[in-house]
Each structure stands twice: as C-alpha cells, then as structure tokens.
Design a protein around this ligand. Structure first.
Ligand code: SAM
Length: 400
C-alpha cells in the first residue's frame, strides 16, 4: 500500500490527520507503529428520521449517513475490516479502546476476540447528566461501553495502575466511570454530533500510555483524542472520511497552540467530579510547624480572605498541602475524606494555636507524615497566595 499523504500535520509533527477511509489509510501506515488506539466508530444507530417526543419536541435521530442502521452482517464486516487494519498498525504491547452501545459493542467484542485480542476490561461510562430517553417502555439510557483490549494474548501491556489508583483516592480504580457528557466549553470551535468528552479520553490516555507515545484514532471526528493526547504530551494520528470534521479538529488544535488556552483546557479536562482533591492552605511558619506537630490544620470559617467556602470538591478532599507564602509546601493525607469540624478560637488556643482573625474555624485532622509529590505548581499568586484553595490531586501527583 502507498504511504498516505497527510491532510494536515502540525509544525511539531505531533498532530497528523489523514482524510479518507480508515481501512485504506491504515493500509499505508507502518506496522507496529502506534502505542494505543482509541476508536469511536459508527454505532449504526441513526434511523434517518425524526421523532416527536412525549413533550412535543422534535428529536433528530440522524447523526449522519455514516451512522445509518445496517444489517448485522454489514456491521460485522465493517468492524472486522477496520479492526484488522488497526491491529497491524498497533505495537504488539499496545492496547485498543473501542466505544459503543448495544447496537455495535457486542459485535466489536466478537471481532476483537476473533482476531486474537485479549479483552482487559469493559468500562461503563456512566453519564452523570444523561439526556432523557423518550419512552416508558424501558429504562433511561445513561451509559456507553468502552472495551479495552490488548493486541496479544500473552504480551504484557502498560497500565498506569498507581496513577489510576491515586486519581481514585488511593483505591484501585473501578471499571465504572462517572463522567459528564461533552460540555459547551469543549465545543468553542464548532460541533460534532457525537463528540466525546475530553475528560473521558484524558483518563484513557493516562491509563495506558507514557509521555511521547503515539495514539491513533481511526474515527477521529473533531479530534477529541488528538487534543487530549497533545495536552498530555502524546503524539496523535487521526483518520476521518469527513473533511468538515477534520477542519473542526484542526481549529481545535490551533486553539491549543495558545499556551493560556491550552492551560485552561488542561485544567478543565482534569476536573473530575470523582477526583480526589487537595486543600491548599497557607500558614505562617510557626503555625505551620505546630500544625505538623499536632496533625491539625485550620482556616477561618466565613467569607473573608483566607476562608474556605464549602464548594464543589470538598466531598472528595483527602489531602492538605501546607505552605508559607507559596514556599516550603508539604503534602499530607487527611484522616477522613471530605470531613471537617468547626472549632471556636478558644478550642484552638487550648491546642496551642494562636488564631487571630475569627471566632470560628474549619478544622481538618491529618497524618503528619509528609507524602512526596513530584509536581510543585506555582503557589505564589500575589494576594491569592494566602487564600485557601481546593485543587485536584493531579495538580501535584501523576501526569508523568
Ligand atoms: C462517532 S464519530 C467520532 C467522534 C469523535 N470521537 C469526536 O470526539 O469527535 C465517528 C466518525 O467516524 C467517521 N467515519 C465513519 N466511517 C468512517 C470510515 N469508514 N473511515 C473513516 N472515518 C469514518 C465519521 O465521519 C465520524 O466523524
């Protein structure tokens, strides 16, 4: 097969797109050249008509010609062909992820096993905000399924067990992932009818690749996989037969060439309602030392500077990062996740502290053994340095 000409390649060569049929393009890519494949193929569920819902809305059940319902034999032939083409391109130690619903996922599993893949997990992506299914004949659809398989039965694959465990609060990450559907913040460059959320692909990429690895998406669409991959310093190859969708993907890539936008998107992508969080808390040197001696950390309760409102993220708080003016940061594990006490000034004084600013304080108890953490973000933000913040644990640990 001739080597295909890229439709687009970024200057850094980390984002390469091919326009055309996946089977044909893959035929021209090198054997054993990619570390991971994420595939979001047609689910073949578009019926090509509109329906009126119970509430009187007209709902489009047509994602496009590429998604039209096909016979079981046709679906099997389609899946067999693209999976075989992708398998050749995947390294022997590589893994593939394929998303779907009941319309295609059982056939995908059959094809993978027929072709020698070993299924590792079936991830249930539980949508935390599912749309309503307009029927009273069955349960509301609220999940999609993602098969994770390695290429070879006996060749070991890479799984970042420790990072997944850390992101899950120190407990083995389960195969049910509660992640919201694609948000408006990730559609600023236009819309794809079946765009996947960056937060989903973020976890997938971190689970099975290292920085510098190459990720292939054979049904790239708006290139969500490419954006997540590049934000995490992985290389990306995308294929799609639609020029319109690839143009959208290029605009998304251009958007993240601006470091400020890239940083914002990276932060949004890392936000996960289930992710373990860290209380980042400034304290004067003497107070910080006494906090570490006693395993007691406090901050004033209320609305003023330095206080902490009980906002999103508190439930999942399992660590505290103590620092003084942005320096000498140390990370500690809380005794109990997401819980705090309210103490009076007098109670803190009885424990040897000298609080000055408030009558009531939020108190958290922690294990005073410091936990090493590789990432030291800039904690100096002028006046905000002193304000307590809740940050995702991945700001400090992981993402290597
Ligand atoms: C489910 S969508 C992928 C959406 C993508 N994950 C995203 O986040 O934007 C499937 C894509 O596959 C493309 N497609 C369908 N059949 C194809 C084929 N035979 N070769 C290449 N692309 C194809 C469609 O144009 C569509 O964009």
């Amino acid at each position: 097969m001739p080597v295909p000409t890229p439709y687009f390649q970024s200057q850094d060569k980390d984002f390469t797109l091919y326009l055309g049929d996946t089977v044909e393009v893959c035929g021209g890519l090198s054997d054993n050249s990619v570390d991971c494949i994420f595939a979001d193929p047609p689910y073949f569920l578009s019926k090509g008509f509109k329906i009126r819902t119970k509430n009187g809305y007209i709902r489009e059940f047509d994602k496009g010609e590429w998604d039209k319902i096909r016979s079981r034999a046709e679906v099997h032939e389609f899946n067999s062909n693209w999976i075989a083409a992708c398998r050749r391109v995947l390294k022997p130690s590589g893994t593939i992820w394929v998303s779907g619903t009941y319309h295609n996922i059982f056939d995908v599993a059959t094809c993978l096993q027929e072709q020698g893949f070993k299924i590792l997990n079936i991830i249930v992506w539980q949508k935390s905000d599912p749309p309503t299914t307009f029927t009273d004949q069955r349960f509301n659809f609220s999940a999609e399924y993602i098969i994770w398989a390695r290429r070879e039965e006996k060749t070991a694959h890479y799984f970042n067990y420790d990072l997944m465990k850390t992101l899950n609060g120190g407990v083995h990450m389960p195969d049910v992932w509660k992640i919201p559907a694609t948000g408006l913040w990730e559609k600023t460059q236009g819309k794809h009818p079946t765009q996947k959320p960056l937060r989903l692909i973020y976890r997938i990429i971190l689970a099975c690749t290292r920085a510098g690895d190459t990720v292939l998406d054979p049904f790239a669409g708006s290139c969500t996989t490419g954006i997540a991959a590049n934000l995490l310093n992985r290389r990306f190859i995308g294929i799609d037969q639609s020029e319109e969708y690839l143009r959208l993907g290029i605009r998304r890539k251009q958007e993240i060439s601006d470091p400020t936008t890239a940083g914002k998107l990276l932060n949004k992508m890392r936000e996960n309602p289930q992710e373990i969080t860290v209380l980042v808390n400034h304290a004067k040197t003497n107070t910080r030392q006494h906090m570490i001696e006693t395993g007691i950390c406090y901050l004033r309760a209320g609305e003023s500077q330095g206080s902490l409102q009980v906002t999103q993220g508190f439930d999942n708080m399992l660590y505290v990062l103590l620092h003084t003016n942005g320096e000498e940061a140390q990370l500690f594990k809380l005794k109990r996740k997401g819980t705090f006490q309210i103490w009076t000034k007098e109670t803190l004084q009885a424990h040897g502290f000298n609080p000055e600013h408030s009558v009531y304080y939020i108190v958290l108890h922690f294990d005073p053994t410091p936990i090493p953490f590789p990432r030291h973000p800039n904690l100096r933000q002028r006046i905000n340095t002193y304000r307590a913040k809740i940050r995702p644990l991945s700001d400090f640990i992981g993402l290597i």
